[in-house]
Design a protein around this ligand. Structure first.
Ligand code: UD1
Ligand code: PEP
Length: 418
C-alpha cells in the first residue's frame, strides 16, 4: 500500500486544479441505473471510491468506461437487476445509493450493508423510512438490506434529521414513482443539487433541491444524458486550509466560491486573506494565524468533512480553539495521532479543545479515515522534520493525485510504494 513522506516547512505557492466532487459522483454513478440507457458523466474524480463503484456497476452488468480525463460512460441498458455483493459494497458508504436507484428502477434491490469512513455510527433509518413511505418493504438480515415494492407511490416524507444520504436516496427511489413525493427537512448540500440536476437532465421532474423542501413529480421513464459533476468543495477547502496553514499563496482553481463560504469566513477570521474570483479562490497567509471556534453543521454551516483538516491547522495557531463536531460523534479518533506530533488537544464528547503550540514535530502516523488523512498531510506540511503517513488507502478513496498536486505547489512530499 505504501506511505506518504513529507518534509515539513515549505510554503505552498502556485495554482491547484480541483477535481469533480467525490460525494456527488458517488451518487450520480449509481443513479445511472435509473436511465437504463447510456450516460456520459464528465469531471469524474479519479479516486478509489469511483474505481470501486465502476467495479460494482460492472458486476451488475453495466458497461462502464472511464478515461484518464475523468469522462465516464455508463450504459445501464444491460442491467436487469440490482444485487450488490458484500465484498464490494462494504468498501464504501455510497454503495447505499444503489438501494434508492435499484429500488426506483427495478422495484426490488439487495445491497450489503455499506462501509465507508469509521467516524461514528452511520444509521440509515431515515433512508428506510423514506423507502417504506413510498410503498417498499424493507428487510435487513445477515447484513443484507433488501427492499421490494409492488409499486412505488409518491408520499410526503419528513426527515427527523437533516441527512444528505437519505435526501439523495429518497430522490433516487421516487423519480419513477407514481405521483408526487415531497421531502421536508431535506438536506441542502451542493451535492443534493448536483444529483437533482443530473436526474433532471435524464428527464426527472425535481424542484426545490438546495432548499429544505424538495418536490419530485414521478415520470414514466428516464433517458441517458451528458452531465458534468460539480467541483469538489471538500478537496478545494482542504487546499485552502493547507495554503493558510503553511503561510502560502495558492490559487484554488475550478471551484464554486459560494460552496466554500463557511471555510472562507473561518480562514479570514484566523488571519488569512481570501479573495474570491468567478471560479477560483486565492488564499494568502503572511502573518501568524489566530485561534477560532468551529461548529460543524449541515450546509450552509461549516462542513464536518473539513473539521479534521481545520483542526490540524489550528494546532499551530496562536491561542486556544474549540471545535464542536455536531454531525459524527466519532470524528475525533484521529486526534491521538496528531498528539504524537506534539499537538495539544483535549477531547470531551463532541468537543475538542486545541491549544496552539509553537511547533509540531514530524512523526510516523497512521490514517484512521479519509479526512483524517488530509489533516495528517496538513500537519506534516507544517511540522518540523519528516512525517511518514501510513494506511494511505483512506486518502486515495477521496483525493485525486494529492501528492502530485501538492508537489506542484512546492511541498516536499512523495509517495513510497511498498
Ligand atoms: C449533514 C452532513 O453534514 N452530511 C455529511 C455526511 O453525509 P452522510 O450522507 O454520510 O450522512 P448524513 O447526512 O446522512 O448524516 C447526517 C446526520 O444524520 C444522522 N442520520 C443519517 C441518516 C439516517 O438515516 N439517520 C441518521 O440519524 C447521522 O448519524 C448524522 O449524524 O457525510 C458526508 C461524508 O462525510 C458529507 O459529505 C455530508 O455533508
Ligand atoms: C466521510 C467521508 O466519506 P464517506 O462518507 O464516503 O465515508 C468524506 O467524504 O469525508
Amino acid at each position: 500500500m505504501g506511505k506518504i513522506v513529507i518534509e515539513g516547512g515549505a510554503k505552498l505557492k502556485g495554482k491547484v486544479e480541483i477535481s469533480g466532487f467525490k460525494n456527488a459522483a458517488v451518487a450520480i454513478i449509481p443513479a445511472t441505473l435509473l436511465a437504463g440507457d447510456k450516460c456520459i458523466i464528465e469531471n469524474v474524480p479519479l479516486i478509489k471510491d469511483v474505481y470501486i463503484l465502476k467495479e460494482i456497476m460492472e458486476s451488475l452488468g453495466a458497461e462502464v468506461e472511464l478515461d484518464d480525463k475523468g469522462i465516464m460512460t455508463v450504459d445501464t441498458s444491460t442491467v436487469k437487476k440490482c444485487s450488490t455483493p458484500y465484498d464490494l459494497a462494504k468498501k464504501l458508504r455510497a454503495s447505499y445509493y444503489l438501494l434508492g436507484a435499484g429500488l426506483g428502477k427495478f422495484k426490488e434491490v439487495e445491497v450489503s450493508y455499506p462501509g465507508g469512513c469509521d467516524i461514528g455510527t452511520r444509521p440509515i433509518d431515515q433512508h428506510i423510512k423514506g423507502f417504506e413511505a413510498l410503498g417498499a418493504k424493507v428487510n435487513i438480515e445477515h447484513g443484507l438490506i433488501e427492499c421490494k415494492a409492488e409499486k412505488l407511490t409518491g408520499a410526503k416524507i419528513y426527515l427527523d434529521v437533516v441527512s444528505v444520504g437519505a435526501t439523495i436516496n429518497i430522490m433516487l427511489a421516487s423519480v419513477l414513482a407514481e405521483g408526487t413525493t415531497v421531502i421536508e427537512n431535506a438536506a441542502k448540500e451542493p451535492h443534493i443539487v448536483d444529483v437533482a440536476n443530473f436526474l433532471n437532465s435524464m428527464g426527472a421532474n425535481i424542484r426545490g433541491a438546495g432548499t429544505d423542501v424538495i418536490k419530485i413529480k414521478g415520470v414514466k421513464e428516464l433517458h441517458g444524458c451528458t452531465y458534468s459533476v460539480i467541483p469538489d468543495q471538500i478537496e478545494a477547502g482542504t487546499y485552502m486550509i493547507a495554503a493558510a496553514a503553511t503561510g502560502g499563496d495558492v490559487i484554488v482553481d475550478n471551484v464554486i466560491p459560494t460552496h466554500l463560504e463557511p471555510v472562507t469566513a473561518k480562514l479570514r477570521e484566523i488571519g488569512a486573506e481570501v479573495i474570491e474570483y468567478g471560479d477560483s479562490i486565492r488564499v494568502t497567509a503572511n502573518k501568524e494565524l489566530k485561534n477560532a471556534n468551529i461548529k460543524t453543521l449541515p450546509y450552509p454551516g461549516f462542513p464536518t468533512d473539513l473539521q479534521q483538516p481545520m483542526t490540524a491547522m489550528l494546532c499551530k495557531a496562536n491561542g486556544t480553539s474549540v471545535i464542536t463536531e455536531n454531525i459524527f460523534e466519532g470524528r475525533f479518533k484521529y486526534v491521538d495521532e496528531l498528539k504524537r506530533m506534539g499537538a495539544k488537544i483535549k477531547v470531551e464528547g463532541r468537543t475538542a479543545v486545541v491549544e496552539g503550540v509553537k511547533n509540531l514535530s514530524g512523526a510516523k502516523i497512521s490514517v484512521t479515515d479519509l479526512r483524517a488523512g488530509a489533516a495528517f498531510i496538513i500537519a506534516g506540511l507544517i511540522a518540523e522534520g519528516i512525517t511518514e503517513i501510513y494506511n494511505i488507502y483512506h486518502i486515495d478513496r477521496g483525493y485525486e493525485k494529492i501528492e502530485n498536486k501538492l508537489m506542484n505547489l512546492g511541498a516536499k512530499i512523495k509517495r513510497i510504494k511498498e
